[in-house]
Design a protein around this ligand. Sequence first.
Ligand SMILES: Cc1ncc(COP(=O)(O)O)c(C=O)c1O
Length: 461
Amino acid sequence: MAETIPSPAISYSKKRGPKEEEDGRVDDGWAAPLASKRDRSERGGDPTAALASARHEFGEHGGVNMSIEASATFTVMEADTMQRMFKGELGPDRDHYIYSRHFNPTVLNLSRQMAALEGTEAAYCTASGMSAISSVLIQLCGAGGHVVASRCLYGGTHALLSHFLPRACGIHTTFVDLHDMEAVRAAVREGKTKVLYAETMANPTLVVADVPRLSEVAREKGVKLVVDNTFAPMVVSPARLGADVVVHSVSKYISGGADVIAGVICGPESLLNSMMDLHNGTLMLLGPTMNAKVAFEISGRLPHLSLRMKEHCHRALVYATRMRKLGLKVIYPGLDDHPHHALLASITNPGYGFGGMLCLDMGTEERANELMHHLQNTTQFGLMAVSLGYYETLMSCSGSSTSSEMSPGERAQAGISPGLIRLSVGYSGTLEQRWSQFERALALRHPPPPPPQKQQPYLRL
Ligand SMILES: Cc1ncc(COP(=O)(O)O)c(C=O)c1O
């Protein structure tokens, strides 16, 4: 954006009016990410159905795929059009674009799809999951604000809340057990707390957030519930359960290819408008914009996200059940004796499963490393790598990798033992082929594993 922008008026909703489509439908633009009134009612329902109801964007020459608008800047036919755009009279809803840090048609289309999927009024795609999270928190809290957050969070988010935001913005966080609603209520500071923050299924412990109850507390206390749904796209729809804002690391399941870093913020139009404000908007001014080529890539992968999630979830449940039978300490909220199983079953969208992540507690880091070594280098069950949502199984020892930002005490409080292996269960190869690779690697451990015990207790949650 040029340095001389005169007006704070640029917004995707400003001055928009209903636009009559050729087929008689009313398209009221960006503010309504779904294509018609009928479609909008599907926001309350199944995410696959809602996604299929989002407007299908065709290519410039009638291609079945949308075109990539690879331009940073956009030209106008008349000088006064530019002026009107800067006044906010003409915007993306009328196919008027100024500059791609502000809005880009390709990125906007992916944003519409994501809003449909998550059942929110609007969405904005970002360059990474962390930029989505930090932009939302800074926008909602402002300097001196306060957050009440789960103590079971991705290490990067934990570091953002406990170190970066206090130092850079004076935003402080109280970490609590989000299942203790009295502790949540007590942590809220009158007039200061702006956000209640949770992960649908926490990284890595898979603690499940009780989104409906948290949203009640958030409403009662006048704070916004922000939920990171990175571990459970399609499986859980936090906004349909009462969350105000849903964020994702699109780098994970939504991408599915472990080849891009991306994020998204799904929420009310008013919030996203404020984040685009020329003088005070974190998206506009910190500029964590998604590249149009990345948006094109991701948009083409959304239609098979539900199929991928179902297979990730199916295999995770089968493996968790079998690991359990072998006497391993497995954490998977899809198992019916997991303490959060009933809660998860009550908030999942029917037919998708219980998530594609599971954890194995091998007791010590040495034992975890030994098993991961054999799983990758001897039997080719999966890959030692951080991240998740890839078609191959990915494994990492969380305490020394993605949760290493947390202190040993914080990890202990979050239930992350030093021998905890996080597995993102892939779907390449056949299920039985992969299972036999897993069993062979298990048998190679030294000293040989003890005979299966009857039942291993769950980790403290
Ligand atoms: C739950 C969760 N949220 C956010 C992030 C950050 O996402 P990104 O790497 O896309 O910035 C991660 C990354 O691992 C994550 O696991």
